[in-house]
Design a protein around this ligand. Structure first.
Ligand code: ZN
Length: 284
């Protein structure tokens, strides 16, 4: 044995370990994408869901979706998700005020829907009411006011697919309302979104179908980068699986969010991806 051979071997082994570690680290980071809370999920059940329960649970796991704001039409799908008690999935059930699709057009003037809300609420696990649709003055109906008051009384959030006029009316019905704004007004100018968030501290924007967040090459636009910097605590992500096509592209939708989340400071990205939901629904 030559003098020093053992030392060289040791150095070589150490160097090998460093190279191995360097090779493993990025791989591990790639395996653990940022966890996502999906704050706009419909598990519709009319008469059968697009994916069976075990398939949908596998889909969440595959995409590292660790929490969902669960709704369905009728509420059967939400019951199934709650009752599944799936490991690694936090289900935040919202009561949907719809029995069938046409209810979207009429629920705000329909006393039978308010009965549905009161009855369904007795299940005891709901954290909100929605998603429901309102445009402009439709929000001014007495049945909508009753729904908002019911939500405030029972400490429930509202999940509103609404224009800014309807949001104003909802907040006027009861200034203690807490509203998750589905789609954050779709194409509403970012300056107007900022104005709404400043006016209503209990308004949170959910970002499915929201246009203008990214531009060329998937880069965040300056307007939205600025909004996220100013209001990091006020945004949530959602898939809006309202039709089969959205389920079929679920992985792409979630990957699309991760594409722009990584352009934000990690702390802001973590809030939007899951932290804000945890704060709202678990008080953490
Ligand atoms: Zn929806």
């Amino acid at each position: 044995m030559r003098p020093g051979a053992a030392g060289t071997g040791w150095r070589r082994a150490a160097l090998g370990a460093v190279i191995l570690l360097a090779a493993l680290l990025p791989a591990r980071a790639a395996e653990e994408p940022i966890e996502i809370f999906d704050a706009h999920l419909h598990y519709n059940w009319e008469p059968k869901p697009y994916y069976a329960l075990d398939e949908v649970l596998a889909l969440f796991k595959k995409n590292r979706v660790t929490g969902i704001l669960a709704t369905s039409r009728p509420n059967t799908g939400t019951h199934a998700l709650v009752e599944a008690k799936a490991e690694g999935l936090w289900v935040v059930p919202f009561l949907r005020p719809y029995r069938v699709r046409p209810d979207i057009q009429t629920w705000f003037n329909d006393p039978a829907i308010f009965d549905l809300i009161e009855q369904e609420y007795r299940r005891g696990y709901y954290r909100g009411i929605g998603e429901f649709h309102l445009s402009g003055q439709a929000a001014a109906s007495p049945w909508v006011k009753k729904t908002v008051d019911f939500a405030v009384k029972h400490d429930l959030y509202l999940h509103a697919h609404a224009d800014d006029v309807a949001i104003d009316i909802l907040m006027r019905h009861n200034p203690r309302a807490r509203i998750i704004w589905a789609h954050t007004g779709f194409g509403l100018a970012p300056a107007r979104v900022a104005e709404m968030l400043a006016t209503y501290p209990q308004l949170w924007g959910e970002l499915s179908y929201r246009s203008g967040i990214t531009g060329e090459g998937g880069r965040l636009t300056p307007e939205w980068r600025d909004l996220f910097a100013r209001y990091p605590d006020r945004f949530l992500l959602g898939s809006d699986t309202w039709i089969a096509e959205r389920w079929a592209s679920y992985g792409d939708i979630i990957a699309g969010y991760r594409g722009w989340l990584k352009q934000l400071p990690p702390e802001t990205a973590a809030k939007i991806a899951h932290g804000n939901a945890r704060r709202l629904f678990a008080g953490q």
